[in-house]
Design a protein around this ligand. Structure first.
Ligand code: 13P
Length: 258
C-alpha cells in the first residue's frame, strides 16, 4: 500500500501546556519502548492552540518523529479577526496538519461545507496538510442516507479542486453518533463509508488520486478496536479523541500493525 497509515490524536479542548508537555513526553517514551516504526504509522498530535509552542519545543529539542498540528484555522491572512489564528502563525510553529470541518465546529460554530473547503484550500496553500472531517448525525444514519450525506459534504468542500490537490489531503470520516459515546461504528460500517468516499474520489478526480488520498475513521476508536478498523481496505488511519489523551493507549493504537 502506498498510503502511509496515520494515527491522529485530536485533544479537543483538553490539557493545558503543562499537561501537554507531560503527554508528549509520555507518548515519546511509550513509542520508544514499543520500537515504533514511523514508516508503518505516522504519529500526529493535535493540541489546543495554547499548547502548540510547548509541543514544538519538546519535538524539536528531543528530535522526535511525532508530528503536530492545529484543530482549526482562519481563512484570513491577518487583520481585524479577533480570536482567530492564521496559517502563517501555525507554519511558524512547525505545524504540518490542520483539522477543519469537525462536527463539533460545524455544530457549535455553524461552519458550512463552503467554509470548510475554503479552510482546506488555505491550509494546503500554506504548505500544510488539511484533515477534512465529515460525518452524519444519528437521524441521517437511521434514515439510511449516510453515504450520500457524507459524499455531499466532501463534494461541496472540494468543488473545483484539482486532482493533484485532492491527493494531498486527508479525509476523516467521523459519524457523529460514534463520537465520544463509546459506540464505535463497526468495522464494516466504517469501511462502507470510507470505501464510498474513495469510490467518489475515483469518479470525481480519477483512480490515481483516489489511491493516494488517505481516509481516516474517527469515533470511539480505541486500542481494542483499532486493529479491526485498520484491517479494512479503505481505512488508512484514525482520528482519535478520548483515547489519544493517554500516552499508553495512544501509543498502543499507533502500533496497530504489530
Ligand atoms: P472520540 O475518539 O473521543 O470518540 O472522538 C472522536 C473525534 O471526534 C476525533 O476528532
Amino acid at each position: 500500500m502506498t498510503r502511509t497509515p496515520l494515527m491522529a490524536g485530536n485533544w479537543k479542548m483538553n490539557l493545558d501546556h503543562l499537561e501537554a508537555n507531560h503527554l508528549v513526553q509520555g507518548l515519546a517514551m511509550h513509542l520508544r519502548d514499543n520500537n515504533h516504526d514511523y514508516d508503518k504509522c505516522e504519529v500526529l498530535v493535535i493540541p489546543p492552540f495554547t499548547d502548540i509552542r510547548t509541543v514544538q519545543t519538546i519535538v524539536d529539542s528531543e528530535e522526535l518523529n511525532i508530528k503536530y498540528g492545529a484543530q482549526d484555522v482562519s481563512i484570513h491572512d491577518n487583520g481585524a479577526y479577533t480570536g482567530e489564528i492564521s496559517t502563517a502563525m501555525l507554519t511558524k510553529l512547525g505545524c504540518t496538519y490542520v483539522v477543519m470541518g469537525h462536527s463539533e465546529r460545524r455544530e457549535y460554530h455553524s461552519e458550512s461545507d463552503q467554509l470548510v473547503g475554503a479552510k482546506a484550500r488555505k491550509v494546503l496553500d500554506a504548505g500544510m496538510t488539511p484533515i477534512l472531517c465529515c460525518g452524519e448525525a444519528l437521524e441521517v444514519r437511521k434514515a439510511g442516507t449516510h453515504v450520500e450525506f457524507v459524499l455531499s459534504q466532501i463534494r461541496a468542500a472540494l468543488e473545483n479542486w484539482s486532482a493533484e490537490d485532492v491527493a494531498k489531503i486527508v479525509i476523516a470520516y467521523e459519524p457523529i453518533w460514534a463520537i465520544g459515546t463509546g459506540e464505535t461504528a463497526t468495522a464494516a460500517d466504517a469501511q462502507e463509508v470510507c470505501g464510498a468516499i474513495r469510490q467518489a474520489l475515483a469518479e470525481d478526480f480519477g483512480a490515481q488520486t483516489a489511491e493516494s488520498t488517505r481516509v481516516l475513521y474517527g469515533g470511539s476508536a480505541n486500542p481494542g478496536n483499532v486493529k479491526e478498523l485498520m484491517a479494512q481496505p479503505d481505512i488508512d488511519g484514525a482520528l482519535i479523541g478520548g483515547a489519544s489523551l493517554k500516552a499508553e493507549s495512544f501509543a498502543a493504537m499507533c502500533g496497530f500493525y504489530a
